[in-house]
Ligand binder design. Structure first.
Ligand code: C2O
Length: 553
């Protein structure tokens, strides 16, 4: 294994999409940002220098950060943000992971433009559990706002209303030809016939789960969140924000000059039609006899294949799709699912309201309220200093409390009639876990202000998705149906709209770890909480002291 050095200069760059030009925050002037490529076992060192007026921090999404919590990146959780003119060196080793992840800014909504692929190749001499692909291509899904996303967020927080939605979805920063004034900004994948391509798909969109399909082609899912899975053949998949997946696309034996749409569109619009909420790219077969000919101005000759789905059945499609994903669970890649658990948590996740401040007018669900989001009725308030520092130096008094409830304080029919009182509490609350505690969390969606799915992301760990279902979780009946043999292992799971999921993990990584909804709108409304995992007894079970350049608040 080797050490890989990168330098990220955070700077403004003028970028034009949909005929709107604006200065956006970028890494090294690139949009999307540069690719990080490393092998399992490598050390990665990234020096981030902030040249813009915004504060920033970078999160290496899905990296376990074993004993390196100082490099995790969420602002005010593991570090204070990097201020203008300052720098910070992220230093971490990739242990036991290989596959596709990504990195993104972890403060306000800056990740709308500050994101890029993080690709972990197998160790030297190690191979994939499938035949070596002809070529590997990352496709990172994003969102584009014609307005400044920071202003969109500020407006939403001040008025307490839902924020404006983005103007386009993108593949590698390109909206594609189904949007106005966007034909030249189209992602094109040139392929040879009869070859296998490994596509590394990343959903870096802020607020939407996206369906993905390629016209007239099927593909095989072989990995999710940088963990190999049992191969699943499909012609459509769903990725929540924060999820990544690798698929193998075998091209047709012969299709000279043919072009096919590559498409993604949000869950909430259903899958039945492709319209101007759809990002389109183009799969182009080369003409073997004439390599000089290019069809780069043509739109696809094949209409997109429309799976027989519509909005009313997409929810059950999603449930069936996610149930098909299973760990390899073999000798080389075992599934170490905790068979028993020491600590059980039941977390309700969903929307709610908070009071409109006296001298303000709000445009929330009512004039006197703002939108809020919570776990177990608590909306997480970001502290003004970093939790990990205060924890490490034993100065957490007055910064956070450790009384985050294990169960909801008020019980009601979570997926039935919502309670009259939709107000949420507010605080900086954490749960303390002794080192190596085995944990189960049942995440239950609530239908307060409407049932909605929530992609829950846990920092510092992967977890096993041992169960899921519609309606209210039943602690008597549902555990008997858990899959404790080959459940999928991931870092982000969609809590189904009007349903629940159960996850298990081992708290073997000391530090302070954020868990949150990966929809940035819900994150900003407080759908987050923190785990404080204590040191173990052995030297290699302790969090080392912080690096000397750790930013100050
Ligand atoms: Cu990808 Cu806390 O985020």
């Amino acid at each position: 294994s080797v050490t890989r050095h990168y330098k990220f200069d955070i700077k403004l760059k003028n970028v034009t999409r949909l005929c709107h030009t604006k200065a956006i925050v970028t890494v090294n002037g690139k949009f999307p940002g540069p690719r990080i490529v490393a092998r399992e076992g490598d050390r990665v060192i990234v020096k981030v220098v902030n040249h813009v007026s915004n504060n920033i921090s970078i999160h290496w999404h899905g990296i376990r950060q074993l004993q390196s919590g100082w490099a995790d990146g969420p602002s005010y959780i593991t570090q204070c943000p990097i201020q203008t003119g300052q720098s910070y060196v992220y230093n971490f080793t990739i242990v036991g992971q290989r596959g596709t992840l990504f990195w993104h800014a972890h403060i306000t909504w800056l990740r709308s433009t500050v994101y890029g692929p993080l690709i972990i190749l197998p160790k030297h001499n190690a191979s994939y559990p499938f035949a070596k692909p002809h070529k590997e291509v990352p496709i990172i899904f994003g969102e584009w706002w014609n307005a400044d996303p920071e202003a969109v967020l500020q407006q939403a927080l001040q008025t307490g209303a839902g924020p404006n939605v983005s103007d386009a979805y993108t593949f590698n920063g390109l909206p594609g030809p189904l949007y106005n004034c966007s034909q030249k900004d189209t992602f094109r994948l040139k392929v040879k016939p009869g070859k296998t391509y490994l596509l590394r798909l990343i959903n870096a969109a802020l607020n939407d789960e996206l369906f993905f399909t390629i016209a007239n082609h099927t593909f095989t899912i072989v990995e999710t969140d940088a963990i190999y899975i049992k191969p699943v053949k499909t012609n459509i998949l769903l990725l929540t924000p924060g999820q990544t997946t690798n698929i193998l696309l075998k091209t047709k034996p012969e299709a000279p000059n043919a072009t096919f749409f590559i498409l993604a569109k949000p869950y909430f619009t259903g899958m039945g039609t492709f319209d101007n909420t759809t990002v389109a790219g183009i799969l182009e077969y080369e003409n073997p006899s004439d390599s000089s000919s290019t069809n780069s101005n043509n739109l696809p000759t094949f209409k997109p294949f429309l799976p027989p789905l519509n909005a009313s059945i997409t929810t059950s499609f999603v449930m069936n799709f996610t149930r098909k994903l299973r760990s390899l669970a073999n000798a080389q890649f075992p599934a170490n699912v905790p068979q028993t658990v020491q600590k059980k948590f039941f977390f309700t996740v969903g929307l709610g309201t908070s009071r409109c401040p006296k001298n303000q007018t709000c445009q929330g669900p009512t004039n006197s309220s703002k939108f809020a989001a919570s776990i177990n009725n608590f909306s997480f308030a970001l502290p003004t200093t970093a939790l990990l520092q205060t924890h490490f130096f034993g100065k957490s008094n007055g910064v956070y409390t450790t009384d985050f409830p294990s169960f909801p304080l008020h019980q009601f029919n979570y997926t039935g009639t919502p309670p009259n009182n939709t107000l949420v509490g507010n605080g900086t609350k954490a749960v303390v876990l002794p080192f190596n505690t085995s944990v189960e969390i049942v995440l239950q969606d609530t239908s307060i202000l409407g049932a909605e799915s929530h992609p829950l992301h846990l920092h510092g760990f992967n977890f096993y998705v041992v169960g899921q279902g519609f309606g209210n979780y039943d602690s008597n009946k549902d555990p008997a149906k858990y899959n404790l043999v080959d459940p999928v292992e991931r870092n982000t799971v969609g809590v189904p709209a009007g349903g629940w999921v159960a996850i298990r993990f081992l708290a073997d990584n000391p530090g302070v770890w954020l868990m949150h909804c990966h929809f940035d709108v819900h994150l900003s409304w407080g759908l987050r909480m923190a785990w404080v995992v204590q040191d173990g007894k052995l030297p290699n079970q302790k969090l080392p002291p912080p690096p000397s350049d750790l930013p100050k608040c």
